[in-house]
Design a protein around this ligand. Structure first.
Ligand SMILES: Cc1cc2nc3c(=O)[nH]c(=O)nc-3n(C[C@H](O)[C@H](O)[C@H](O)COP(=O)(O)OP(=O)(O)OC[C@H]3O[C@@H](n4cnc5c(N)ncnc54)[C@H](O)[C@@H]3O)c2cc1C
Length: 351
């Protein structure tokens, strides 16, 4: 008998496992490598929406719990995972500069937007209007973190690397039974894989495919993250990640030619030096109709929970959302109505 089963080990599953361990609760994890969102993510933590210079939903609060959370994982895995680094938003005209300065005074933004205009970040990026610097940002090495975390769970005998088979899940009075495992509760963290989960497929999860190119550009000489029409993110050794795309119609897992063409066009508008594409990756972001996470308990089965809907901000949301969910399932602390899946109960009735 364990306390919990956890299905899926992306940013959501990892944060749920940490929350359970913090409370000395036992668990088993099932992971089938079907979704890649957390693995291909650039891992940026950035509380500002850089298109309009507005604050991302509760991101300043999430940042406060996220950094100590990832520090703890660094200590646990004895690995460097947090890479602090400012993001530089390239201005395309004077109007954007003005909008930026207006935003620097706004609550939830003033702490993050620098008031000086930066210039000349790379000899191969013309930027006559300069850049605005976003403070207290950086990235988490999600791919390394998840691969090492997986190894750690495997060494501790709690990871089963196979598809969770929903058909054989038995819901019993006081818990669940799955392939010989008895547990009190189960948390589903399958990202876009939730669409195949017969218990929660009524939730309005919206796929949003994202793709990145990796390029080699010897003359770019850029040392900071630049956001122009797309991000250009230095990886070291003259390699850069370029992207991402947003596509809510394509749910195929593979990288596509159309995204490559799109990103190349964007890149050619940003940089003036030669480059070579060396890689392309894709993942499906688990987005939602109202851009808020999907957290809570199944309306009929009190043993079944869901932790999903992180969209394009899993790095910042994961730790706080997992805490909210386990506070709810263990201590009955209510979930905020804007994240509670109760808001979609009508959808279940329509099924
Ligand atoms: C190109 C791209 C760039 C991004 N960049 C950023 C960024 O810079 N910053 C940021 O915060 N966010 C970013 N995101 C978004 C971020 O990746 C997501 O918010 C986050 O990864 C969602 O995590 P998740 O654990 O819910 O889902 P996933 O990462 O999809 O994880 C779900 C896991 O469940 C497993 N699974 C599914 N079904 C089953 C099953 N039946 N049995 C067993 N296992 C199963 C999958 O294999 C997977 O490992 C990006 C996303 C993409 C695609």
């Amino acid at each position: 008998m364990v306390d919990y089963l956890v299905v899926g080990l992306g940013l959501s599953g990892l944060a749920v496992c940490e929350e359970l361990q913090k409370r000395n609760l036992s668990f088993k994890v099932f992971e089938n490598h079907s979704q890649k969102s957390s693995l291909v993510a650039a891992g940026l933590y950035n509380p500002v929406i850089l298109k309009r210079f507005t604050p991302a939903w509760r991101a300043d609060e999430h940042l406060e719990s996220a950094i100590p959370f990832y520090k703890k994982i660094e200590e646990k895995l004895q690995l460097k995972l947090i890479y602090p680094g400012n993001i530089y938003r390239k201005f395309h005209n004077v109007e954007e500069q003005n909008n930026w300065f207006e935003a620097t005074d706004k609550p939830r933004l003033s702490n993050f937007l620098s008031e000086t205009i930066e210039k000349d970040l790379s000899p191969a990026i013309p930027a006559p209007f300069g850049y605005g610097k976003v403070l207290h940002t950086g990235s988490i090495a999600t791919d390394t973190m998840l691969k090492e975390y997986r190894k750690n769970l495997k060494d501790n005998g709690v990871l089963t690397q196979e598809s969770f088979d929903y058909k054989v899940l038995k819901i019993e009075g006081s818990g669940i039974l799955y392939k010989g495992f008895h547990a009190r509760k189960i948390v589903f963290c399958e990202g876009f894989g939730l669409a195949k989960n017969p218990f929660f497929d009524y939730l309005p999860l919206r796929p949003n495919k994202g793709e990145y190119l990796t390029i080699f550009a010897e003359k770019l000489k850029l040392e900071v993250i630049v956001k122009a029409s797309v991000f250009v993110i230095p990886l070291g050794n003259d390699l850069y990640r370029v992207g991402a795309t947003y596509n809510n119609r394509d749910t195929t897992p593979q990288p596509s030619e159309s995204s490559k063409t799109y990103l190349l066009k964007k890149l050619q508008d940003i940089i003036t030096c030669d480059f070579k594409v060396v890689d392309q990756v894709a993942g499906i972001r688990p987005a939602t109709k109202d851009r808020k996470p999907l957290l809570g308990v199944h309306p009929k089965y009190s043993q079944l929970f869901c932790c999903n809907g992180f969209g394009s901000r899993g790095v910042l949301m994961g730790p706080e959302m997992a805490k909210n969910l386990i506070d709810f399932s263990e201590e009955n602390k209510p979930l905020a109505s804007e994240i509670d899946i109760k808001r979609f109960e009508k959808e279940l009735l329509k099924k």
